[in-house]
Design a binder for this molecule. Structure first.
Ligand code: ADP
Length: 540
C-alpha cells in the first residue's frame, strides 16, 4: 500500500520562493567590486532573479545548458544561483584562482555557453576569451556606467539585461533529480573533474546543514560566508540561508582581515564560515589592533584541519564558538561537524575542549565507514585508522561525463582521507592518504605535526611533508612561516614537540620560508611543497 501524501519535487527555486513569502524584508548586504555597500531584501532578490530568468530565456539558454560564473560572493552571484538552476539550466561556478590553463580546461570541458564575470576578472577574460569557442556571450556583472572598455567579443552588461525584462517569470517544476550546479575538484593530480549536483541533493543538503547539530543557522542568524561561492557553493550557505530566512552579508572581493572585521561589526554578523587560512588573517588583524568582536558567536572552520591553537584563540580570546567541519566537493560538501552530546556536558572545560578538536559526527542522510587496505571494515574504537568511505543523499556516484569511470567501491565513495571513528561516531581525520608520512612502516600524521607547530607563539603558518630518507623511507620536514616580528630557532621548535607527540614522530628538520604555497581553495599545497623540497637533504 502506498502512502497518501503529496509528491512535491525538491526544487532549488522553491527555496527562494519560500524566503520571498516568509522572509520578504530580511536583508542581503553585499560589498561590491566597485567598493560600495549594496543592500536589498529577499523580496528584491526574488523579483530580480525572475527578471534574470527571463533574460536567460531571451539569451536562448535551454534546460541542461551550462552557464558559468567567475565571481565573488555578492547579490548578483546569488541571483544567478537561482535564475540559472531555477530555470532548469546548470550553474557552473568557476574558481578564478585556478591557473589560466585549468580555467580553460574546465570552461571547455563543461561546454559553458555563457559566462558571467565580476569586473575584477576583466583582464583574465580578455586573455582567455578567444580560446573558449563554445562561449557565445560574456556578461559583465555590473551596470552600464561601469562597463569596461574591454576587448571582449560578445560582451553584455548584467544590469542592461535585467532592465529589459519583466519579473513575470514562473519557476518551472521538473524532475528533482535534474542537474542544477557543477563544481570542479581542484585536480591536484591530473585534470579537474566535474561534480554535478541535482536539485534534490542540493535541497536535502541545505535542509541538513541547518540542523542544530550541523550549522545551526536560523532566522536569527546574520551570516557572512567568507568561503567563496566558487568553493563548493560556499558550503551550501546560499541555499541554506533562504531556507531558514537568515540575513546574508557578502564580502565581495575584500577578504583581508581588516575588511572582514569592519563588515562583521557594521552588519552585526553573528555567524561566519571559512577555511583556516582566512581566519589566520582575521585573527592577526584583531591581535595587532587589540580588537574584539561585538556580535560574532559562531564560525564554521573546514576545508582543512582547524589547528587547535586557532580553535582555542577564537573561543578563549574572542568568545566565538568554532564549529569544526569536514567535507569535500564530492559530498556537496558537508560530511561531519563537531558539537558535543548531552552526556558530554558534565565534562571539565579541558575535556570538552579536547572533544571539540576533531572533525565531529555525521548526521542523517550520510553514512561513514573506515576500512583497511583490503577493504575490510575497521572497528569504531577511536584507535583503528583506515580509509574513510562515505555514502549518502548528497554524495557523488559518478563524475561529470563519467571522467575516470565509476569512483565507487561496493556502493561507497572513497574519500582519499585516513581517519579514525570513535564509539560515539566522532571522526578524526588523520591525514589525506597521499600526505601521510610513511616512516619505517609506520604512519605519521602531517596534520598532528602541523597542529603542534601552530601552537607555538612564533609560528604564523606550518606545513609538514615527508622527504626521502635512506633508512626510514620518509621522515617529516616541518616548513614554517614565522609570525611578523617574532623569532624562533630550529632547535627551539623541535624541542617544542617533546612531550606533545611520540618521540619518533618529531620532525627531523625545520625549514623557514617567507610564504607557503596555497591551492586555489586556500589550503597549503602539499604537492607544491613536496616539489619545492624534493631534493632536500635531512641532517645526519
Ligand atoms: P580540494 O581542496 O581538493 O579542491 P575539497 O575542497 O573537496 O577539494 O577538499 C576536500 C578535502 O579537504 C578532504 O578530503 C580533506 O582531505 C580535506 N578537509 C576538509 N575539511 C577538513 C578538516 N576539517 N580537517 C581535515 N581535512 C579536511
Amino acid at each position: 500500500m502506498q502512502g497518501l501524501m503529496m509528491q512535491m519535487p525538491l526544487m532549488i527555486s522553491a527555496l527562494l520562493t519560500h524566503a520571498e513569502k516568509n522572509h520578504a524584508d530580511t536583508e542581503i548586504v553585499s560589498r561590491t567590486v566597485e567598493g560600495d555597500i549594496h543592500r536589498y531584501t529577499y523580496r528584491d532578490m526574488g523579483r530580480r532573479s525572475r527578471q534574470l530568468a527571463n533574460a536567460l530565456k531571451h539569451l536562448k539558454v535551454k534546460p541542461g545548458d551550462r552557464v558559468a560564473t567567475i565571481a565573488w560572493n555578492g547579490y548578483r552571484h546569488m541571483e544567478l544561483y537561482y535564475a540559472v538552476s531555477g530555470s532548469g539550466a546548470i550553474i557552473h561556478t568557476i574558481n578564478p584562482r585556478l591557473f589560466p590553463e585549468q580555467l580553460l580546461y574546465i570552461i571547455n570541458h563543461a561546454e559553458d555557453g555563457i559566462i558571467f564575470f565580476d569586473l575584477t576578472f576583466t583582464p583574465l577574460i580578455e586573455k582567455i576569451a578567444a580560446q573558449c569557442p563554445k562561449v557565445r556571450a560574456w556578461v559583465a556583472m555590473t551596470d552600464h556606467s561601469h562597463l569596461p572598455p574591454a576587448r571582449i567579443e560578445n560582451l553584455l552588461c548584467y544590469e542592461d539585461l535585467l532592465d529589459a525584462e519583466k519579473d513575470d517569470y514562473v519557476w518551472p517544476e521538473f524532475d528533482e533529480n535534474t542537474a542544477a550546479c557543477l563544481c570542479y575538484t581542484s585536480g591536484t593530480t591530473g585534470n579537474p573533474k566535474g561534480v554535478l549536483y541535482s536539485h534534490r541533493s542540493t535541497a536535502l543538503h541545505a535542509m541538513a546543514v541547518c540542523m542544530p547539530d550541523v550549522f545551526n543557522m536560523s532566522a536569527r542568524s546574520v551570516v557572512l560566508p567568507v568561503v567563496p561561492m566558487f568553493h563548493v557553493n560556499a558550503w551550501g550557505i546560499p541555499y541554506a540561508a533562504p531556507l531558514i530566512g537568515a540575513k546574508l552579508v557578502f564580502p565581495g572581493p575584500a577578504l583581508d582581515g581588516a575588511s572582514i572585521y569592519q563588515l562583521m561589526e557594521q552588519e552585526k554578523v553573528n555567524y561566519s564560515a571559512g577555511v583556516p587560512t582566512v581566519w589566520l588573517g582575521l585573527l592577526n588583524h584583531l591581535k595587532q589592533h587589540n580588537l574584539k568582536f561585538s556580535t560574532l558567536q559562531y564560525t564554521v572552520i573546514g576545508g582543512s584541519a582547524a589547528p587547535p591553537a586557532m580553535i582555542q584563540s577564537f573561543q578563549e580570546d574572542y568568545g566565538v564558538r568554532v564549529l569544526h567541519a569536514w567535507g569535500m566537493t564530492e559530498m556537496s560538501p558537508l560530511g561531519t561537524l563537531n558539537t558535543p552530546k548531552e552526556k558530554h556536558l558534565s565534562m571539565s572545560k579541558e575535556e570538552l575542549f579536547k572533544l571539540s578538536l576533531n572533525q565531529g559526527r555525521t548526521f542523517f542522510g550520510l553514512d561513514l565507514k573506515i576500512v583497511d587496505d583490503d577493504g575490510k571494515s575497521l572497528p569504531r574504537d577511536g584507535q583503528s585508522a583506515g580509509h574513510l568511505l562515505v555514502r549518502g543523499q548528497w554524495v557523488i556516484h559518478d563524475y561529470y561525463k563519467s571522467d575516470g569511470g565509476s569512483p565507487l567501491k561496493d556502493g561507497w565513495f572513497p574519500t582519499g582521507d585516513m581517519a579514525t571513528i570513535d564509539p560515539d561516531g566522532y571522526l578524526q581525520i588523520t591525514d589525506r592518504s597521499k600526505d601521510v608520512i610513511k616512516s619505517g612502516g609506520e604512519w605519521i600524521s602531517s596534520i598532528d605535526l602541523e597542529n603542534v607547530a601552530m601552537a607555538h607563539p612564533a609560528v604564523a603558518e606550518a606545513g609538514v611533508i615527508g622527504v626521502h630518507h635512506p633508512k626510514w623511507e620518509e621522515r617529516p620536514l616541518l616548513v614554517v612561516v614565522k609570525r611578523a616580528g617574532q623569532d624562533v630557532t630550529r632547535e627551539e621548535l623541535l624541542k617544542f614537540y617533546e612531550g606533545r607527540i611520540a618521540k619518533w614522530q618529531i620532525p627531523d628538520d625545520v625549514a623557514f620560508v617567507n610564504e607557503l604555497p596555497h591551492t586555489a581553495t586556500g589550503k597549503i599545497s602539499k604537492l607544491q611543497l613536496r616539489q619545492q623540497f624534493k631534493d632536500y637533504q635531512l641532517p645526519g
